[in-house]
Design a protein around this ligand. Structure first.
Ligand SMILES: NC(=O)c1ccc[n+]([C@@H]2O[C@H](COP(=O)([O-])OP(=O)(O)OC[C@H]3O[C@@H](n4cnc5c(N)ncnc54)[C@H](OP(=O)(O)O)[C@@H]3O)[C@@H](O)[C@H]2O)c1
Length: 334
């Protein structure tokens, strides 16, 4: 079968179509025929070698971090999923590779596909949905009535994070560019700041939680809108030592401690917390959100769809940074 793979880290990553063997299911795995796969900035980052020191990927590496599809084989220890079931998943970071026709996924990373969604819509959700939930329920504890600030509220992550924060009962402020102001409101944001014409500091003050999706200077800038005792969860800023432990590379802890020192110090200076999140696969977390998806409280936002064979174009659009609002998804014919 065909797979879209990283074959070399040279020149920012060489991506090629390869012929690879069809997978078979391990004891706790299911083989899923991929009907759709979502694209994420992470795909570009992996191709560019930004994870080389963190995750020992072997090349060629089939890219792709999430999928929706149909189960075609179940491993001998899998009892609650059957051939023909529709599932969606973000496979474990060590077992990525959804840009292909079929993939073996740990069953624990899968969840039944929410009713009423197309494969493309379902494939757009797992990575960003898990990121938002882990940010707001694990790194920070968002409670009803809390105020949450999400940077980039119509991006792949931001569009879902706004809705997850609303689902948890928060008041949500977000930044978007001018053409996306109405869209952000329709996703439920209470305060929408056009970052091209306004300063969010003038509208967003004393917030309980900030989701930093931008990194760089924006990490420290947006931290200032936190109340005393508030929490910044960053998915794009400096990694902290918890990431080294999470990836099973504790020797990198001191490096990450140093990398995040400035952000942690700035947070401490205003009696707040800085925490970095690198999301992880978790099928049961996806399943717990399914009722909210089926009720329409969390809606996927797919901006562009391509056929699986057009991954070059899809990846070029991702790299251009001009795909927003929403996510890019590739679809495969059965
Ligand atoms: N650590 C993790 O586990 C994790 C998980 C998911 C994502 N991420 C990271 O989170 C970031 C966002 O991911 P994504 O999928 O949402 O990317 P995306 O779909 O490209 O969205 C980026 C968003 O940022 C907005 N933006 C750009 N400049 C801005 C500014 N100065 N102020 C406010 N908003 C601005 C864009 O809005 P306009 O297009 O309207 O300008 C767009 O909506 C990426 O860096 C990604 O790697 C990390």
């Amino acid at each position: 079968m065909k797979a879209y793979a990283l074959t070399s880290y040279r020149d920012g990553g060489t991506l090629e179509w390869l012929d690879v063997p069809r997978p078979t299911a391990g004891a706790d795995q299911v083989v899923v025929e991929v009907r759709a796969a979502g694209l994420n900035p992470l795909d570009r980052m992996v191709a560019a070698g930004q994870f080389r020191q963190l995750i020992p990927y072997r090349l060629p590496l089939v890219l792709g971090q999430e999928l929706a599809g149909v189960v075609t084989e179940v491993g001998p220890k899998v009892h609650d999923v059957a051939v023909g079931d529709r599932v969606f998943a973000r496979p474990d970071i060590n077992r990525i590779g959804t840009f292909t026709e079929a993939i073996a996924v740990d069953v624990a990373d899968t969840a039944p596909m929410p009713a009423g969604l197309s494969f493309a819509e379902a494939a757009s959700l797992p990575l960003v949905l898990l990121t938002a939930v882990q940010a707001f329920t694990e790194k920070a504890q968002v409670r009803p009535g809390d105020k949450v600030f999400v940077q980039g509220g119509t991006g792949g992550l931001g569009s879902v994070a706004v809705q997850v924060a609303k689902h948890l009962g928060a008041t949500v402020a977000t930044t978007v560019s001018t053409s996306n102001v109405e869209l952000a409101r329709s996703l439920g944001a209470d305060v929408v700041v056009d970052y091209r014409t306004q300063r969010y500091e003038d509208h967003v003050k004393d917030y309980d939680v900030v989701l930093d999706t931008l990194g760089r200077d924006e990490t420290l800038r947006s931290m200032k809108v936190l109340r005393s005792g508030g929490t910044m969860v960053s998915v794009a800023g400096a990694p902290d030592p918890e990431l080294a432990a999470q990836l099973g590379r504790p020797f990198l802890g001191p490096v990450m401690w140093l990398m995040s020192r400035r952000a942690r110090r700035a947070a401490r200076a205003q009696d707040a917390m800085y925490r970095f999140l690198f999301m992880r696969a978790d099928g049961s977390q996806l399943a717990r959100l399914t009722p909210a998806i089926e009720a329409g409280s969390i809606r996927p936002l797919v901006g562009h769809t391509f056929e699986l064979g057009q991954l070059e174009q899809a990846m070029a659009l991702l790299a251009s940074g001009k795909a927003n609002p929403g996510k890019i998804v590739v679809e495969a014919k059965p």
